[in-house]
Design a protein around this ligand. Structure first.
Ligand SMILES: Nc1ncnc2c1ncn2[C@@H]1O[C@H](COP(=O)(O)OP(=O)(O)OP(=O)(O)O)[C@@H](O)[C@H]1O
Ligand SMILES: O=P(O)(O)OC[C@H]1O[C@](O)(CO)[C@@H](O)[C@@H]1O
Ligand SMILES: [Mg+2]
Length: 320
């Protein structure tokens, strides 16, 4: 192993830079050359590769986003694009590749591994939708950000006696909604993992009003439906003043939490050690507070679990 490459792919996630920082400096400390691939698989296919120098990664641990840029790249899903990606890696003499991204990015890494490129996946996504790891890099920061936004929105909703419907990200995974909803004392949390009855929620809102609770916060995960549509339905059914808020990209940007920086650093270091040991086709994660690595095929075949117990306990407390 002489030369490794690193890319970030899919939605950016706070902490990606900390993973890049750790991987680059660990590789350099062990005498490896490091190539940065700019703009994910799109940049890989187009040959946007350049050596990363240590000074480029100093001071980036506290920065959100990714210094390597990122992309969603349709060409990587085609055989032609995948062959071109391998060609570029071979032309640049890359002996191992670190892919920092989410479930989609990992599928690209899996294919490259099967095509003979030793690839290691690091879970960089705010969605927390990878089953093999308890936490993905960026999730903690996103949850903290959403929790803060819920508190701000509650203040104005309370002042106006309104119902706030807050739509959050997560793709098909409700983890951001569940964690931030619980932390932010949202009265209702709607997730793609659990069916819900909107009419029952309207009744429950009416009941809360009778008891004097004029304001409620509903957190809805994007995978469970659109905040605007839900808001319109509740307004029409109850006559209450309901406002929809789509939090959007504020959830992806921002200073990474210390937790995200810490796990990203440990994961970035593990990725380099795996490649130095001649190991590819694996993903790195965290389970029971330990950094673990696992076969990429096995990891991607696992079904994502969600915290049903927490959801049930929350719905009992708030009675919906
Ligand atoms: N089946 C696949 N085969 C090859 N490459 C894929 C596949 N699925 C996704 N990719 C590549 O990975 C990129 C990122 O995937 P995706 O858009 O799903 O984001 P992600 O990595 O899951 O991150 P996030 O969900 O946090 O935005 C895709 O644009 C594509 O280039
Ligand atoms: O608009 P974009 O950049 O494609 O990203 C949207 C998607 O990416 C994610 O934010 C994850 O990065 C999902 O939660 C969301 O569905
Ligand atoms: Mg994804």
């Amino acid at each position: 192993m002489r030369r490794i490459a690193i890319l970030t792919s899919g939605g950016d996630a706070p902490g990606m830079n900390a993973a890049i920082h750790a991987a680059v400096l660990t590789a350099k400390a062990n005498g490896l050359q490091v190539i940065g691939v700019y703009k994910g698989y799109a940049g890989l296919i187009e040959g946007r590769l350049a050596e990363i120098r240590s000074k480029q990664v100093r001071g980036i641990v506290n920065q959100g986003g990714t210094i390597l840029k990122t992309a969603r790249c349709a060409a990587m899903k085609t055989e032609e694009g995948q062959k071109q990606a391998v060609k570029v890696l071979e032309a640049f003499g890359v002996d191992g590749l670190i892919v920092i991204g989410g479930d989609g990015s990992f599928k690209g890494a899996q294919i490259l591994s099967h095509m003979g490129i030793p690839a290691i996946g690091l879970p960089g996504t705010i969605d927390n939708d990878l089953a093999y790891t308890e936490f993905t890099i960026g999730f903690d920061t996103a949850v903290n950000g959403v929790t803060d936004e819920i508190a701000k929105i509650r203040e104005t909703m309370l002042s106006h006696e309104r119902i706030g419907v807050i739509e959050v990200m997560g793709n098909k995974c409700g983890d951001i909604a569940l964690h931030a909803g619980v932390a932010g004392e949202a009265e209702y949390i709607l997730l793609p993992e659990v069916e819900f009855d909107v009419d029952a929620i309207c009744e429950s809102l009416q009941h809360r009003r009778i008891k004097g609770n004029m304001t409620s916060i509903i957190v809805i995960s994007e995978g469970a439906g659109k905040g605007e549509a839900l808001s319109n339905y509740i307004r029409a059914k109850t006559g209450f003043d309901v406002k929809a808020i789509v939090l959007g990209y504020v959830q992806r940007g921002g200073t990474p939490s210390a937790f995200d920086r810490y796990i990203a650093t440990k994961m970035g270091t593990r990725a380099v050690h795996l490649l130095m040991d001649g190991v590819g086709g694996r993903v790195v994660g965290i389970r029971q507070n330990q950094i673990v690595d696992m076969d990429i095929d096995e990891a991607l075949s696992m079904e994502n679990q969600f915290d049903q117990q927490m959801y049930d306990e929350h719905s009992v407390i708030y009675n919906y």
